[in-house]
Design a binder for this molecule. Sequence first.
Ligand SMILES: [Zn+2]
Length: 223
Amino acid sequence: MTNSNKKPSREFEKLKLGEHLCGIYRNKEEQFSKIMSTKGEVRGVVFQTDAQYIRAHKGESGLNAVEEEIKKMGYTIDYDKIRAMKWYPIGLRPLSLLAAKKALDWNTPQIVDMGRSAPKYSLITKLILKYFASLKKVAEKAPMYWRKHWSTGSLDPGEVHEDEKYLILRLRDFKVHPILCTYLTGYYLGVGEMTMGGKNQTAKEVKCMHRGDEYHEFIVRWE
Ligand SMILES: [Zn+2]
């Protein structure tokens, strides 16, 4: 593994929660068919998690609006018919988030918050976090956990720097859509909060394949 002892870059320090180096989603330029042609699959549970968050914040009508938005994109996600352990085309994952953003007029921090809330909604995640308890154990299991949800890409074991109070996660061979980087930034923040009690934690993506880096690198810090 390269850069294993490298400290977080200065770029990281300058970013605020929810900001993303890849920039923001530009709806009009989105090429949905290109997104949908991405090879790979994702477990249905991620869509159920999206639906739970959308319902909690915008009710049934909010979820219907998202489903309609996906239809406008030329695809279908029927959130109630999704099965948790079934594999679905990976392109639907960003589409679900992009549709929520568009239909509900959500901004990037809201997508971060969606990710951040996700570990709380997932029974599997809760069990894993409870079972492994310590951050070090959770970090070790990160690659296995990734494979349970995604058929493509790989997550390195998390690198825990206890003394300096940060965790590094590196995601490789995964180039689907930058909105997933935004979502995952929130997700890792949520996992950190559930594992360590959630005191003044922050998460940032400091490297990203969508802007030419070799891998995506997320840093979760705590106090
Ligand atoms: Zn990225």
